[in-house]
Design a protein around this ligand. Structure first.
Ligand SMILES: C[S@@+](CC[C@H](N)C(=O)[O-])C[C@H]1O[C@@H](n2cnc3c(N)ncnc32)[C@H](O)[C@@H]1O
Length: 684
């Protein structure tokens, strides 16, 4: 998640590194807490004299992320949209009107209302009726010109008719007739014709309703994203998980998740909203800034030209919290070249008011006694940060990032509790160091930002979307063949307590911004529930896996495949079957039985008891057919059906055989693909 080599942050970083001598470095290395590290660096002449205005000026010069709305550009895009309408290209018109809205200045309410009305016409032609109504509602709320209102009321009435909401349609036709009185620019004849048509419609509708006994309108269709649910009860201390999961702890591995009972493949184990998340800037014009879903009908931020939302609700959440502060600093943050981790680190602050942190600061390091809440900053603050293993260079680098983020907090008005309502004014900003009048804030928020950066290094997750090509006409959507695309970074406090395994027992996918974790294997009571941080034993050799994990997450992996040297998928031996020892005493041994073995009973070399191989083989004889039925269902896009078959196969396998073997991992892999396919995906 790092890209600090691009943008001006690199210049700041180099300036500081070259500008501090060995004594200063030593003094810095001796500091024992994050707050002191940031305050100290902030007070150095090299930071105070770093002129940020040059960098800001470059950002304001335009380019990919403009700093303000642009009426000219908005009008030009609107004209292009109107041209697309002339050509009957309603899809293009929709796109162009949406782009135009992004650049329309907030004060141009009438222009915006016209754009919304125009977009509603495009949506109506594209048969997106609920969205048509939503844009008409927004257009009227913004004061769509009175002399034109007959148009949107009539469109509304006809849209409602398609949706069979006749009672509402009657009101809309009545509104059309009233609005025609104000349509002073409309040709007299046309006006008369529209009035007659609307009256006729009213007559027909009223008669129809009386004959049908005045039925109620159907409920509006709501676009609700699928709501994943935990089955049964949830864990009382960790409500994001099911009660089949508990969090344990030991001195070497820290906290990790285990099963409180036998868990079946397919069970949902965790559903969690992010404590914080931040969208990558390359998706700022295509995906919702708040929940990361794709937005074909965007609602732009009213004050900046860079972000869009999927709904009024997402816009409201963002505007009332983090985006109020971030609105005018986003171009600076994005053009700095800082990684998504930096954006997340500042988002963890901007989403709450200053008072929230001032109030909880003293108790941040005390134990969490009640339920572990996703929105509670304390649960994030206490995630693994490996502060004791950090080098002074690491601290210095991250402290520089914290200083830049701290400066952004000052610029956006966070310390004064007054969100900036205009683009950045250069005359107010000089140095990279925050003004000394904010010394208390430098210490508090500098310390928190530095902690956030450390925590996120080990605990952030990538939010991804599965993208698949539009299916050819007449073909099924084969969603499981999509590409996984990294959209955003996010931190999920409960999921962050799961340790890594090179043979993970879960798969994770997204429903909007919510993460869902599901068992992809049968897990025995007391067994660890392993997440995967990247390398998987079937595809990555042990030495490489361990080296990657050490470098990226700072631990030695001792999962079973690492400890027992399990082979890569390609190297799994297909001449033997790995029978579980069937002894009446529990025995952990695995007996390798050749496929051509003629014996009915084989002796375990560990407990000396005999295992009935024939009985085992009999129980497995249908697995091939069941697996193939599952594969066919999967290819046809019937994921629920396919999953049932794969789960059945895994049950049969687990009763007799012990992994690793190829057919087991084929089945796990297919189950995983089905789960991903029913999660978050979009068609490109
Ligand atoms: C996302 S956290 C996982 C939860 C963490 N154990 C805790 O106590 O909060 C990642 C950190 O957990 C530890 N960890 C994760 N998987 C591990 C494993 N398989 N063996 C040992 N430590 C592991 C490492 O310290 C790693 O940096």
């Amino acid at each position: 998640m790092s890209q600090e080599n691009k943008g001006f942050f690199k210049k700041f970083h180099d300036t500081i590194n070259q500008g501090i001598d060995d004594v200063t470095k030593k003094n810095f290395a001796n500091l024992e807490c994050n707050a002191k590290r940031v305050s100290y660096l902030c007070s150095l002449p090299v930071v105070k004299s770093y002129d940020l205005t040059v960098d800001i000026e470059k950002c304001q010069a335009g380019g990919e992320f403009p700093v303000k709305k642009d009426l000219e550009k908005a009008k030009q895009l609107k004209d292009e949209g109107n041209n697309a309408v002339q050509k009957g290209d309603w899809g293009k018109a929709l796109e162009l009107y949406s782009q135009s809205m992004l650049f329309m200045p907030k004060k141009e309410t009438e222009e915006m209302s016209i754009l919304l009305a125009n977009r509603s016409a495009a949506l109506n032609h594209l048969e997106q009726y609920e969205d048509t109504l939503a844009d008409i509602r927004r257009s009227l709320a913004l004061g769509y010109p009175r002399h034109l209102r007959y148009k949107v009321y009539e469109r509304k009435a006809r849209t409602l008719l398609v949706l069979k909401r006749n009672q509402e349609a009657i009101i809309a036709f009545q509104d059309t007739i009233s609005a025609l009185d104000e349509a002073n620019k409309l040709d007299k004849e046309k006006r008369q014709k529209m009035r007659t048509d609307a009256k006729l419609m009213l007559e027909i509708l009223n008669k129809g309703l009386v004959m049908a006994g005045n039925p109620k309108d159907p409920e509006p269709l709501k676009k609700v994203p699928p709501k994943p649910k935990l089955p049964g009860n949830h864990n009382k201390k960790y409500p994001a998980t099911s009660e089949s999961v508990e969090i344990n702890q030991n001195g070497i591995r820290g906290r990790f998740a285990t099963a409180t009972r036998d868990i079946e493949a397919g069970e949902i184990l965790l559903v969690e909203s992010p404590h914080s998340g931040a969208l990558l800037n390359e998706y700022c014009r295509t995906h919702c800034h708040n929940c990361y879903v794709k937005c074909p009908i965007p609602i732009p931020c009213p004050t900046c030209p860079n972000v869009i939302f999927c709904s009024d609700k997402c816009l409201e959440v963002a505007q009332k919290t983090y985006h109020a502060y971030e609105c005018h600093i986003l171009p600076l943050l994005w053009k700095s070249g800082c990684s998504i981790t930096c954006h997340l680190a500042i988002r963890m602050i901007t989403q709450n008011k200053k008072e929230y942190f001032v109030n909880i600061n003293k108790e941040l390091e005390t134990e969490i006694t009640g339920p572990y809440k996703t929105e509670d900053y304390k649960s994030i603050y206490n995630l693994v940060a490996h502060e004791d293993k950090r080098t002074k260079q690491d601290f210095l680098h991250r402290t520089q990032m914290a200083i830049f983020l701290l400066k952004l907090l000052e610029i956006c008005g966070y310390f004064d509790g007054k969100p900036r309502d205009k683009p950045i004014d250069l005359s107010q900003i000089k140095s990279m160091a925050v003004d000394e009048k904010y010394n208390d804030d430098i210490s508090l928020f500098g310390g928190l930002l530095l902690r956030n950066l450390q925590v996120l290094q080990f605990n952030a997750h990538e939010v991804f979307e599965l993208q698949c090509q539009k299916p050819k006409v007449g073909k099924n959507i084969i969603k499981h063949e999509g590409n996984s695309v990294f959209l955003a970074g996010a931190v999920f406090p409960t999921l962050a307590l799961f340790n890594h395994s090179c043979d993970p027992s879960v798969v994770r996918y997204f429903c909007g911004s919510k993460i869902v974790v599901r068992a992809v294997k049968n897990i025995k009571k007391g067994e660890e529930i392993g997440e995967n941080y990247g390398p998987i034993f079937t595809t990555v050799p042990k030495e490489k896996r361990r080296a990657d994990l050490k470098e990226r997450y700072w631990f030695e992996c001792h999962c079973i495949p690492c400890k027992q040297n399990w082979p890569l998928y390609e190297e799994m031996n297909e001449k033997y079957m790995r029978f579980k020892c069937d002894s009446d005493r529990p025995c952990p041994n695995v007996i390798a039985v050749p496929y051509d073995c003629k014996d009915f009973m084989v002796q375990c070399g560990f407990c000396q008891q005999y295992t009935n191989v024939l009985k085992g083989l009999k129980s497995l004889q249908d697995t091939d057919i069941i697996y193939r039925t599952g594969r066919t269902a999967m290819e046809e896009g019937k994921y629920g059906e396919a999953m049932k078959k794969f789960i059945e196969v895994l049950k049969l396998y687990d009763a007799t055989l012990a992994p690793p073997y190829k057919s087991y991992y084929d089945c796990v892999q297919d189950l995983r693909r089905c789960m991903l396919a029913i999660g978050n995906y979009s068609i490109v």
